[in-house]
Ligand binder design. Structure first.
Ligand code: 3PG
Ligand code: MG
Length: 397
């Protein structure tokens, strides 16, 4: 894959650059509660302002469905972004039209403005060419730095990129490079960890991974469905029994492609899913009818850690147990710390992504030592499924 990069953009002084960022950030009571995605946009903004460009940031927030929903304004992003940049950030109440046009014209060279939520206009999600043309009037160049929104073929990620000279931003480029290293052309052996509760939401992902990876560890609630398909008792565990045949199909596909599946070999059970509920470690065939499997057991973790020791690359999506409810976070925390230690020592390329996964890695205090942690949720999953992301495809040259 090749993209136009910012260093090929030529003289930018006084040029208006429309930068698509993903500021769909967690907010609590109208305040940004996690600034990861703001931080991800800083290198591109800094690079452009240093060249004297006028930077107009375009972004969506939440799902207002084409109407102005005042609680879904992007205004709360302005202050924390300005603090991170160490420079003022202007704001325009609309992302198209005379208001936006005048505000961008008023920017000094090297100035930054954030435009109001793109999704206040129905044309954004509809990928409407007329709406994209309105956006295109505001810029001389377009930069996409929103990998985490690249699975959406919306006006700001697709149609607009066809109307202006389009470049990949630094954060976008970094994501693509890291993800390609992990799954596109990885150093082998390559090990995957897929967890989470449902097989049904990760079918495409599992099917794509078993043909590409050397080993795949399956954890979380979805492992129960596989254990059930293998004939092990799962008691009262969350289990998609109706997907028995699907689990069998995935196991057969893995075998046919020489991908070794690492299913739990022991489990942690409890009768209740509550913090610090009484729990037991069980061999696979000793799960009682009244018990629920809530985490992988210590033998499973030891085997996974040994697999990490032997692997060159790890790609991780989804927790191994109910990590939100201790002590059922134990397997996830232990494996995350092991991966982090190996990555920090330069022995493993460890890449992770997806909302829950990133929360789990932060909970384990392991995220900062991973080789790369994606900012993306849905886009990371679709990429792991082997799908073409429209917002990436349109940037290819
Ligand atoms: C995300 O938060 O995953 C992206 O910003 C995409 O948001 P969406 O799922 O509302 O399209
Ligand atoms: Mg999402």
């Amino acid at each position: 894959m090749t993209f136009r990069t910012l260093d090929q953009a030529g003289d930018l002084s006084g040029k208006r650059v429309l930068v698509r960022v993903d500021f769909n950030v967690p907010m609590q009571e109208g305040r940004v509660s996690d600034d990861t995605r703001l931080c991800a946009a800083l290198p591109t903004i800094d690079a452009l302002t240093a060249k004297g460009a006028k930077v107009a940031l375009i972004a969506h927030f939440d799902r207002p469905k084409g109407k102005v929903v005042p609680s879904m304004t992007l205004k709360p992003v302005v202050e924390p972004l300005a603090a991170l940049l160490g420079a003022p950030v202007a704001f325009a109440e609309d992302c198209i039209g005379p208001v936006a046009e005048a505000a961008i014209a008023d920017l000094p060279e090297g100035g930054v403005i954030l435009l109001e939520n793109l999704r206040f206009h129905a044309g954004e999600e509809a990928n409407d060419p007329a709406f994209a043309a309105e956006l295109a009037k505001l810029g001389d160049l377009y930069v996409d730095d929103a990998f985490s929104a690249a699975h959406r073929a919306h006006a700001s990620t697709d149609a607009l990129a066809r109307l202006l000279p389009a470049y990949a931003g630094l954060s976008m480029a970094r994501e693509l490079e890291a993800l390609n290293k992990a799954l596109g052309s990885p150093e082998r052996p390559v090990l995957g960890i897929v967890g989470g509760s449902k097989v049904s939401t990760k079918l495409d992902l599992l099917k794509n991974l078993v043909v590409k990876l050397d080993q795949l560890c399956i954890g979380g609630g979805m492992a129960n469905t596989f254990l059930y398909a293998q004939g092990h008792p799962v008691g009262m565990s969350y289990c998609e029994k109706e997907l028995k045949a699907t689990a069998e199909e995935i196991m057969a596909l893995a075998a046919a492609n020489n991908c070794e599946l690492l299913l739990p070999i022991d489990v942690v059970v409890s009768e209740r899913l509550e913090p610090n509920a009484p729990y037991f470690t069980r061999e696979l065939d000793s799960v009682d009818e009244s018990e629920r499997i809530l985490d992988a057991g210590p033998k499973s973790v030891a085997r996974l850690n040994a697999a990490m020791d032997a692997a060159k690359t790890l790609i991780w999506n989804g927790p191994l147990g109910v990590f939100e409810v201790p002590p059922f976070d134990a397997a996830t925390v232990a494996a995350a710390r092991h991966a982090a230690t190996l990555a920090k020592a330069g022995k493993l390329i460890a890449v992770a992504g997806g909302g829950d996964t990133v929360a789990a890695l932060h909970h384990a205090r392991a995220a900062s030592d991973f080789t790369f942690v994606s900012t993306a949720g849905g886009a990371f999953l679709e990429w792991m499924e082997g799908k073409v992301l429209p917002g990436v495809e349109v940037l290819e040259v």
